[in-house]
Design a protein around this ligand. Structure first.
Ligand code: SAM
Ligand code: SF4
Length: 348
């Protein structure tokens, strides 16, 4: 640890305070940070077509984001994922990756990674690899360019695929994330899996979650992954495996393709009992659960003083309030989103 850091009394105190543990005995070792609420896509399940974004002055600066992430790393966070919005549209975001990579070098951080829509990936892949990023998640819900445009409203599939190949060539391990959408990509999942596995990428499927108003009925989008799995099993041999990446996905190995398929099932099988994650928005709001409204403001303590003791106390107090879990419901009677904020605010 650099000398100036060791000498700061609050750093020593934080290190002594030990790892973050909630009242259910779950250690918080994984932080997801949304570095911007903005995005160059408008995916139909994530955002409304016309979104009001935060004024730029409300955002944490890159230095503040670094300080915040580092405070968590000091308290035992081993895995850091930058997300958004679209993280790669935040100006100078590579400066943040570069500075955070020092925690990889010291060994305090095990993994620095990102979730991206891939639109800007071709430009940044080599730099990401140089920062010690090893694995990234790229969201692609369909391989049909017209459908891709319809789902993302603004996206261009060819650019994203170019990003994925550039990332692969730069030595990054790519996992493809696809939200399973009723009628939209449900009949394409088998061929997407064959493509992903053929390219050497894992594929994870995600159930759509009721987060924020998107101008469409969630019930019309929602496709239970239990149904998807049953359908895949008519053609493929899926074997449950213990493989984990620190996130909520449960994996199977697919005999016919030799690849791995993940299921992220917040609706059909809630995975809260093993939750090791918290999320911070680009304004420094800490959400202890993706599916609950309770939050803690970390921007005020961050800006109040250069001494991290105040920030550490605010983090401790918030982790103490981490709830047992979410209670997502998608059905015809429940028309309200579980929480008002969009996935792009909290970060996926
Ligand atoms: N823009 C980046 C991207 O799309 O990968 C990162 C942020 S995005 C909010 C992170 C992930 O959340 C994406 O894989 C996206 O498909 C997923 N997502 C967004 N809204 C969702 C929702 N309502 N339910 C389930 N997944 C959602
Ligand atoms: Fe943007 Fe990602 Fe949300 Fe799509 S899912 S609108 S790419 S933040």
């Amino acid at each position: 640890m650099p000398r100036d850091l060791i000498d700061r009394p609050s750093v020593a105190a934080a290190a002594k305070a030990g790892p973050l543990m909630d009242t259910f005995g779950r250690a918080v070792t994984y932080l997801r940070v949304s570095v911007t609420d903005r995005c160059d896509f408008r995916c139909v399940y994530c955002m409304a077509e016309h979104m009001t974004f935060l004024p730029k002055q409300d955002l944490l600066s890159l230095e503040e984001l670094d300080r915040l992430c580092s405070a968590f790393v000091l308290r035992g966070v081993r895995k850091l994922r930058l997300t958004g919005g679209e993280p790669l549209v935040r100006r100078d975001v590579m400066t943040l990756f570069r500075s955070l990579s020092r925690h990889l070098e010291t060994g305090q951080l095990e993994e620095l990674t990102l979730t991206t829509n891939g639109s800007q990936l071709a430009r940044h892949a080599a730099d990401l690899a140089a920062c010690g990023v090893k694995r990234i998640n790229v969201s692609i819900d369909t391989l049909d360019p017209a459908k891709f445009r319809a789902i993302t409203r603004w996206g261009e599939l060819s650019k994203v695929l170019e990003g994925v190949s550039t990332a692969k060539a730069a030595g990054l391990k790519v996992k493809i994330n696809a939200v399973a959408l009723k009628d939209v990509n449900e009949h394409e999942i088998a061929s997407m899996m064959e493509w992903a596995h053929g390219e050497g990428h894992d594929l994870s499927l995600i159930e759509v979650m009721p987060l924020g108003e998107v101008g469409e009925e969630r019930v019309d989008q929602y496709l239970p992954l239990s149904d998807v799995r049953a359908r895949l099993e008519e053609r493929f041999t899926l074997t449950d495996i213990a493989y984990r990446t620190g996130g909520p996905a449960r994996y199977v190995e697919v005999k016919e393709t030799g690849g791995r398929l993940g299921f992220i099932t917040p609706l059909t099988h809630n995975f809260c009992e093993g939750c090791n994650r918290v999320r911070v928005t680009c304004t420094g709001t800490l959400y202890m659960c993706l599916g609950q409204e309770d939050a803690a403001d970390l921007r005020a303590p961050l800006r109040a003083t250069r001494d991290d003791a105040v920030l550490q106390a605010a983090i401790d107090e918030a982790i103490f309030r981490k709830p047992k879990g979410h209670d997502f419901v998608i059905d015809r009677r429940t028309r309200q989103p579980a929480v008002g904020r969009h996935m792009s605010t909290t970060g996926g």
